[in-house]
Design a protein around this ligand. Structure first.
Ligand SMILES: *Cc1c(COP(=O)(O)O)cnc(C)c1O
Length: 231
């Protein structure tokens, strides 16, 4: 099942890249494996997947023990400051930085492990009360403040669009995120680049790619439905 799903998703990604006049290499697929057993991650690994996304520190820590060392682990969920230390060693990218206080703690732990840690600023693009992320209007200011923390590198923006049946309904949000990233890039802040846009999930990743996503985070589409809603 996973192999077939991945094959279909790969075709869809290629088509979306074509539609947008983009190269396939510009887009990275992250397999969002939260709540799924290691056996399923192994299967995806066997199909060539090397980027996995999790939203719980504990799950990253358990799963990485049992899986090959060449996997890039992406922290895509809300991150508590007291847990940063458990993933700092080998997290590939932290997508969910939305406060200065969290960035500060990541910076402290990064220095302890002698790492420069790449992060994204999470933007609450639809101003949903139930979601984390900084309001779009405050993202540039936060990037500016975080840019002074010398063990961090801001690489771009992450957004979770609302759940919709029809992905067209999220197109304007994806466009807004891209425009915001262009605005921030124009400010030429030291240590801040905006090359990464992490947006698009199972229901809307092709639309997100058409609007400039460089990372799409697909869970259900690869591994099937999860038992519980778990963002
Ligand atoms: C769960 C989750 C996803 C994947 O969602 P699907 O709809 O299953 O593809 C993507 N991004 C984040 C931040 C998530 O928490």
């Amino acid at each position: 099942m996973i192999a077939e799903n991945l094959k279909q998703i790969e075709e869809n990604i290629q088509k979306a890249c074509q539609n947008a006049g983009r190269k396939r290499e510009e887009v990275t697929l992250i397999a969002v494996s939260k709540t799924k057993p290691v056996s399923m991650l192994s299967e995806a690994y066997g199909c060539g997947i090397r980027n996995f996304g999790e939203n719980k520190v504990q799950e990253i820590c358990q799963k990485r023990e049992e899986l090959p060392g060449d996997i890039n682990w992406h922290m895509i969920g809300h991150l508590q400051r007291n847990k940063v230390k458990y993933i700092i060693q080998d997290v590939a990218l932290i997508h969910s930085v939305d406060t200065y206080r969290l960035a500060e703690e990541i910076n402290i732990q990064a220095k302890k492990s002698k790492r420069i840690v790449p992060i994204l600023i999470e933007v609450n693009i639809a101003s949903e009360e139930t979601k984390f992320g900084i309001p779009a209007e405050e993202a540039a200011q936060l990037a500016e403040e975080i840019s002074k923390l010398d063990a961090l590198r801001i690489k771009g923006l992450m957004a979770i669009a609302p759940y919709v049946e029809n992905p067209e309904n999220n197109r304007h949000y994806f466009r807004k995120i891209r425009e915001l990233s262009v605005d921030i890039a124009r400010q030429n802040i030291d240590n801040v680049t905006m090359g990464v846009l992490s947006m698009g999930m199972t229901n809307d990743y092709t639309t997100a790619i058409e609007e400039g996503a460089t990372i799409v985070r697909v869970g259900t589409g690869i591994f099937g439905a999860r038992l519980k809603i778990n963002y």
